[in-house]
Design a protein around this ligand. Sequence first.
Ligand code: NAD
Length: 315
Amino acid sequence: MRILANDGIDAVGKQLLEQAGFFVDTNNIPQDQLPEALKNYDAITVRSATQVRKDLIDACPNLKLIGRGGVGMDNIDVVYAKNKGITVVNTPAASSPSVAELVFAHLFTGIRFLHDSNRKMPVEGNTAFNKLKKAYAGGIELKGKKIGIIGFGRIGRETAKIALGLGMEVLAYDLYEVPSELELSLAGGVKVNVPVRSAEFNELITEADFISLHIPFLDKPIIGAEEFRRMKPGIGIVNCSRGGTVDEKALVEALDSGIVAFAGLDVFDNEPTPAEELLKHPKISLTPHIGAATNEAQERIGVELAGLIIDFFKK
Ligand code: NAD
């Protein structure tokens, strides 16, 4: 069996596949050459870069499985593939802790202006240094504040657990029922149950000190100008979910008017070229869609994907 891991696969996952007798090719074949090249493989694994659309599926009648390392299947024509008898698998839970930790990287950055002070340092001399000290004083703490989590699935819950561990209050909004408490696993094997509060959307956006989004891509933004107007002035917004869930133009206006104190963005409307106003904004901390890009998450993704592929072909 031949597997093309076109966007790469973690070394441990590759090894598991090879030990099970699979040939794994990690060459990154350009998109326009894939219809010809993929004919020689039984399965393809992708992350978010390679597109597996109808034309590619039609060109490769030998294809039996498409594996997505990660969650979002936006780059795969899943229904079309399934109708053609191709199995499509992904590894939804493997990256959740890493994405949740990135949310807090952005939150800590925002409350202490790290993104902006990094841009301004180093400076020469005491006067300039003291000016910076003054400019970046006035930070705040997360402890004791309310975080509103929109979308209480895998990553939303991981985010909530970190927040609860920091002594924050969690308001959670989802289309489905929100649990009344979450179990936190602490060092030394200690487990404690900590309450979360299920909130209506309006309650969440008006009460939260910080909002973190963890929903899939929707037809239109869930947060736009009208929602920003109802938020507490000085709120911090983090989006590590999907571009398009927050109206970027309204976000910049809310940052400029002071309603929003800072934003942390890992995802954008126009990836891979986010709008200039976002890139240059002093109140925005930016990362290039790296939520799942930790060594630990990539290893979990590779191992899970390998297991799914082995199970499928050895059935
Ligand atoms: P999930 O399916 O476990 O959770 C999503 C939750 O959102 C579900 O509970 C669902 O009921 C809820 N939801 C859907 N539409 C909603 C709406 N309109 N209002 C309120 N709730 C709604 O997904 P997940 O694994 O937690 O992933 C969340 C998001 O993070 C996805 O968009 C995913 O693509 C993205 N993601 C980003 C990165 C990254 O690198 N930044 C990595 C992994 C996942």
